[in-house]
Ligand binder design. Structure first.
Ligand code: CP
Ligand code: NVA
Length: 300
């Protein structure tokens, strides 16, 4: 039997993604009702973090514990990965000991190489190219508040980064329209864009992009690893702030999402982030429930 991995939303079919989202909603209810559910008893998830994290680390760790298993945190500082042990060797060794592996790193190609050598499922906990786990949580949040997302219009405002790329994949799989408002020079990945076809368009003017949208999403202007570009990016993105005036152009019942951490008064105004259309705290919480559904699917 071939091992399933979750390196990209595109690794799963539309039916599988919808089933995961619905299962996440169910697991959330079960957790709230105090129901014990231990399908991963005795299982261990290895978690490799080559970048910082609050939500991803805590949600995977807590998720494994709630499902009856355990998670171990591995940083390059304390493992041989940081001293140059090849990813292929690390994959072969770790996957003979643990039942699943989550990786957060820079190059997407690194998680692909890891998965190619792993006997157990590998989960992408964020690469420079994609952040599929965040999309599971965002989609769950949308489904909880508004139902299915097919046929809706989503606008992503800002950098054509990992979040934008994963929204492109989601539009392709789940049949919604995505408008990405990115300044020139900061477009999303051309291959993912081409694969999504008519579902996605890149628009320069954020006002045009947000008009009539059902969901407005943004993310930081400088992602992890781009700290040196912060000043140049602040200049390039100055017209791409999601503020109340921009939100006015969306549908009156539009939702606002941000994967967090957020920079208030940079990519989003405090008024919008803390306002009635913002569902960012549900979105953050849903990292836990969505990943529990994913872990159950891949490891149980
Ligand atoms: N949204 C997200 O992935 O947050 P962390 O960087 O805190 O994991
Ligand atoms: N685009 C951001 C997302 C953080 C969760 C980054 O890669 O740093």
């Amino acid at each position: 039997m071939t091992v399933r991995h979750f390196l990209s939303l595109l690794d799963f079919s539309a039916d599988e993604l919808r089933a995961l989202i619905n299962r996440a909603i169910e697991l959330k209810r079960m957790q709230r009702e105090g129901q014990e559910h231990l399908p991963l008893k005795g299982k261990v998830l290895g978690m490799i973090f080559e970048k910082s994290s609050t939500r991803t680390r805590v949600s995977f760790e807590v998720g494994m514990i709630q499902l009856g298993g355990q998670a171990i945190f591995l940083s390059p500082r304390d493992t041989q990965l940081g001293r140059g042990e090849p990813i292929e060797d690390t994959a072969r060794v770790l996957s003979r000991m643990v039942d699943g592996i989550m990786i957060r790193t820079f190059e997407h190609e690194k998680v692909e190489r890891f998965a190619a050598y792993s006997r157990v499922p590998v989960i992408n906990g964020l690469t420079d190219l994609e952040h599929p786990c965040q999309l599971l949580a965002d989609l769950q949040t949308w489904f909880e508040h508004r139902g299915d997302i097919a046929g809706r219009t989503v606008t992503y405002v800002g950098d054509g980064n990992n979040m934008c790329n994963s929204y492109i994949n989601a539009a392709q799989r789940l049949g919604f329209t995505l408008r990405a408002a990115c300044p020139e020079g900061y477009d999303p990945d051309p291959d993912l864009l081409a694969a999504a076809g008519d579902a996605v368009s890149v628009v320069r003017d954020p006002a045009d992009a947000v008009w009539n949208a059902d969901l407005v999403v943004t993310d930081v202007w400088a992602s992890m690893g781009q700290e040196d570009e912060q000043a140049a990016r602040r200049r390039a993105f100055s017209d791409y702030v999601v503020d109340a005036a921009l939100m006015e152009l969306a549908n009156p019942d539009a939702l606002f999402m941000h994967c967090l951490p957020a920079h208030r008064e940079e990519e989003v105004s405090t008024e919008v982030l803390e306002g009635p259309q913002s569902v960012v705290w549900d979105e953050a919480e849903n990292r836990l429930h969505a990943q529990k559904a994913l872990l159950e699917f891949l490891l149980a």
